[in-house]
Design a protein around this ligand. Structure first.
Ligand code: ADP
Length: 161
């Protein structure tokens, strides 16, 4: 049985921080499923198709990584994929409280699935999709923080071509 981890998130859009985490997780798991959430309560800049496409292109060189989408309960989705773990990233301490609550809730809902936290590389410790969008909308230079396709998509979205 391969060790599969589900990496859930909004990925609105995917950043180099997410990629860093996936590369680290590949040292531990045989397969990673990037599960892009449809997010009933969260307004996203990019559509689900755009977010998945950016993930697909950015991760094209990693055959052990697949891109999928899910709605509803994450643990149910993870079980359906035969995943052993949910992968989440930790940046600064601010992530901790929310991630702790989420992990505990998921454990309660499905005790068989563990949440695994990995720490991102130092370079990406302050990088989040929301900060990135804020910089990009005002024309800030975001090169080097995101994969090429995301760089272009963000500029296109904000009419900065
Ligand atoms: P969510 O809306 O679920 O927080 P995100 O796409 O923002 O979705 O994040 C998905 C996961 O990736 C979360 O576990 C988050 O902590 C992690 N993550 C986000 N940015 C980074 C980063 N710069 N480095 C490492 N992990 C990150």
């Amino acid at each position: 049985m391969p060790d599969i981890a589900v990496y859930p998130g909004s990925f609105d859009p995917i950043t180099n921080g997410h990629l860093d985490l996936i590369q680290r997780a590949l040292k531990i798991f045989d397969r990673i499923i990037v599960a892009v959430a449809t997010n009933a309560f969260k307004k996203s800049l990019f559509t689900i198709e755009e977010r998945m496409e950016m993930c697909r292109v950015s991760l094209a060189d990693y055959p052990m990584v697949s891109i999928d989408t899910f709605d509803g309960l994450l643990v149910k989705y993870a079980t359906s994929q035969k995943a052993r773990a949910i992968l989440r990233g930790l940046r600064a301490v601010t992530d901790f409280e929310y991630e702790f609550q989420l992990a505990m809730m998921n454990r309660r809902l499905e005790p068989e699935i563990e949440t695994v936290f990995l720490m991102t590389g130092l370079r990406w410790i302050f990088l989040s999709s929301s900060i990135l969008k804020e910089a990009a909308v005002h024309g800030g230079d975001i090169a080097g923080m995101v994969p090429e396709i995301v760089f272009h998509k963000l500029r296109e979205k904000f009419g900065l071509k």
